[in-house]
Design a protein around this ligand. Structure first.
Ligand code: BYC
Length: 337
């Protein structure tokens, strides 16, 4: 008799809990529908939190790993001015990574956990950064195409439903638009240069075009997360829609450069008011995503090495912070020890 009462009571409690969660989910979706930002201390479904941790941390990793292909050219930039600009750009990417790691932390995961997931190969980062930068023109192509693709995606993310992510994106987008212009300007100079410089420019565009299209992810029909992320307004546009906007934008800008894009099927479609374009090599895309691209191994090794080499800095910072906690504050006017 007593057991039956206990079971009934626990069923009753469970029902109340389910109803409470359903009510909370309704309130949460209501906020999203009314364009009210979700903030770190607000209630959110666990899956929303996990989706954000995945996407924001992968975005952060992309910024940090993305420093490597360009960083490779800082010492070889063709002039002091070019070197200073590239150095500033690469430093911007580091800043973006740090804003985004901070945004991930607001969701209840530590930076160490997140970074460890990158170093062990558990977390993804954008496929684009697994291709090598072979000539100076690649730096132009990255700025124009890679940052160009990133901006389209990130302008959408300034309106994402999670407050800290949306705010980080506003700052990041301002810097990215400068990045794209600097890339285009590098290529513009090369496109007006000697025959060899023109060839170098065309070769870089040929190599970076298709990987740039892959940055937007699989077709919507193959995308695991799009439907739910659109309902939660984490994403505001689908992968295919963004990719199409990118093709339309770049096809026109390529004319200004006097260069071509390596796609025989690229053609203006008057009825659709869009460019038609060829099919991406999805086998290559998934191969790179799975870790088998030309530079995946090298990128992870470089990040792991940087983490190990930076150990003494982290230890020194922790020791200093400990010392500050225990030491009485220096009296005003006295010289600090
Ligand atoms: N590479 O369901 P889907 C920059 C994965 S850096 C690798 O459509 P979602 C810059 C995806 O993660 C800017 N993996 O996913 C820095 C998922 O696998 P998991 C980088 C990819 O999340 C330095 C699976 O495929 N931008 O600007 O709804 C120098 C199914 O995909 C990729 C961002 O990170 C890929 N390309 O949509 C220069 C933007 N695509 O996680 C420049 C933020 C897909 O289930 N991220 N996958 O194992 C996003 O907007 C979205 O995450 C994506 C994918 C549009 C990329």
């Amino acid at each position: 008799m007593l057991t039956r009462t206990v079971i009934r009571f626990s069923n009753f409690v469970m029902k109340i809990q389910i109803m409470a969660v359903q009510e909370l989910e309704k309130l949460f979706q209501g906020k999203i529908d009314e364009e009210i930002k979700i903030e770190p201390k607000d209630w959110m479904p666990e899956k929303y939190r996990q989706t954000l941790i995945r996407q924001i941390s992968q975005h952060a990793h992309s910024e940090i790993v993305g420093m490597l292909p360009e960083g490779n050219w800082i010492t070889r930039a063709p002039s002091l001015k070019r070197k200073a600009i590239l150095l500033a750009k690469v430093q911007d990417e580091a800043g973006h990574g740090l804003y985004l790691y901070a945004a991930t932390e607001t969701l209840g995961v530590t930076r160490e956990q997140t970074i460890n997931d990158l170093h062990t190969g558990k977390a993804k980062y954008s496929s684009i950064f697994n291709y090598p930068t072979l000539t100076w023109a690649d730096i132009g192509a990255i700025g124009w195409l890679v940052d160009g693709a990133a901006i389209l995606n990130q302008v959408m993310l300034t309106r994402t439903s999670y407050g800290p992510y949306a705010r980080a994106m506003v700052r990041i987008c301002r810097e990215e638009s400068f990045h794209q212009r600097q890339g285009f300007e590098i290529l513009l100079v090369l496109s007006k240069g000697t025959k060899k410089q023109k060839e170098m420019c065309q070769d870089a565009i040929n190599r970076w075009w298709w990987p740039s299209l892959m940055m937007f992810g699989p077709h919507d029909s193959e995308s695991t997360h799009s439907d739910q992320s659109m309902k939660w307004k984490i994403k505001r546009k689908g992968n295919d829609e963004l990719r199409q906007s990118f093709v339309d934008m770049i096809a026109e800008q390529a004319k200004v450069l006097g260069m071509t894009l390596p796609d025989n099927e690229l053609k203006w479609n008057e009825d659709e008011r869009h460019y038609d374009f060829g099919e991406i090599n999805w086998e290559e895309f998934w191969n790179v995503v799975k870790g088998n691209g030309p530079c995946n191994k090298q990128r992870l090794e470089a990040r792991n090495r940087a983490w190990q080499n930076g150990e003494w800095v982290r230890e020194a910072a922790a020791a200093y912070s400990e010392k500050k906690k225990t030491k009485p504050p220096t009296p005003k006017g006295a010289l600090a020890a």
